[in-house]
Design a protein around this ligand. Sequence first.
Ligand SMILES: NC(=O)c1ccc[n+]([C@@H]2O[C@H](COP(=O)([O-])OP(=O)(O)OC[C@H]3O[C@@H](n4cnc5c(N)ncnc54)[C@H](O)[C@@H]3O)[C@@H](O)[C@H]2O)c1
Length: 425
Amino acid sequence: MKIAVVGLGYVGMPLAVALAKYGSVVGYDVNQIRVQGLKDGWDSNRELRQDILCTTSCEFTCDIADIKNADIYIVTVPTPIDENNEPDLRIIKSATKALGTLIETGNIVIYESTVYPGVTEDICGKILVQESGLKSGVDFVLGYSPERINPGDEVHTVENITKVVAAQTDEAADLLVELYGQMNGGNIFKAKNIKTAEASKAIENAQRDINIAFINEVTMLLNKMGLSAHDVIDAARTKWNFLPFTPGLVGGHCIGVDPYYLAKSAIDVGHQPDVILAGRKINDGMGAYVAQRIDYFLGSDRQNKDILILGFTFKENINDIRNTKVIDIINELTSYGYNVDVHDPQAVPEDVQSEYGIDILSALSKGKTYDCVTLVVNHVSYTEMSVSNISALLKAKSGSKAVIYDIKGIWKDLDFPEIISYETM
Ligand SMILES: NC(=O)c1ccc[n+]([C@@H]2O[C@H](COP(=O)([O-])OP(=O)(O)OC[C@H]3O[C@@H](n4cnc5c(N)ncnc54)[C@H](O)[C@@H]3O)[C@@H](O)[C@H]2O)c1
């Protein structure tokens, strides 16, 4: 069977390349630069190595005509939220509309984009029917298989994680089991129906968001008591059933977004999603909280204080800057009047400039020192820094101490000199 993957981002591209080991796959994306990069063996997301891209049998195209004769379409386009935190389905709808003009009797259309229950059948299915004139569940069949991969995670990949699948017919569901099972050794869970599979993905990410929000709230109250959340968690995690989440920012394309999809579907059925939205509120406020703590540590004379933020990406060891909450810290500190420099060894400075309008440093300027160094993202290069490397970034002051604010707690066991005040969450 010929497979077409629609959307070649973090989800679609590794999937297309993995499936191409077993059959004919064409990957289609509207972004010409992305497609040209992949053809040249360059993955701007740094998920796949050049040698893998150069040897894959997967074809990459930005011409939709090239996917016309596929038997199976797999849709992996973005599903973001808008400025009101409402699901923004414009991209998935427009990709679906384009597919509606291509599909033929016998085709299967599988969605992998994260959505709320009902989007695949009640929204996308209807668009496909309108555009194709075919009958859903009869002439063509819908399927849904949520994606669980995690950017930068080399352990949990499309080829080894359990895949949930569902389809409108038993026959199609069995075909999905076979299709995805060949990639991951048959590690497939067949969900009862499409809405169940859609809901399973939404609750997985909402649960993670709420767990982090709980720890973030606990952090705020512990900090007020003069206790470190990292120290308290180290003690608590020795209990067998304690969930060892750690405090921090929640950004990116999934955890900070998907709970709003679940909340929207809750409201649609007349249920007020109090816990889900409370988690979102706490996590969305963490950038401001971090800035307020820095302000508290530094005290007065904001205009003459220099702060270095270490890390800009939404999580460690990747270059993904989508929906990073580090920008909230920077905006808040700048509004207080502080001078803020930002360093990230992974983020692409041009991308940060075009998306957020700020310049970041890829290398630390030699000799420049700061009143406060704030570690926000635990990139491996930061975890490897020595006491002398870190101390060299701080101003040697008489009177008040320079501050290290290590929100990830990665340097908490280092011995800093007396003239430095080490703070963590
Ligand atoms: N990134 C992750 O780790 C992850 C994990 C699980 C689920 N998801 C979900 O998977 C979906 C895709 O996420 P992603 O991170 O791969 O997004 P992404 O932004 O990395 O990639 C999406 C790609 O789709 C392309 N695209 C946009 N409109 C298109 C169209 N009409 N036709 C063809 N291509 C089009 C974009 O150019 C882009 O290259 C989202 O719903 C997301 O929530 C993502």
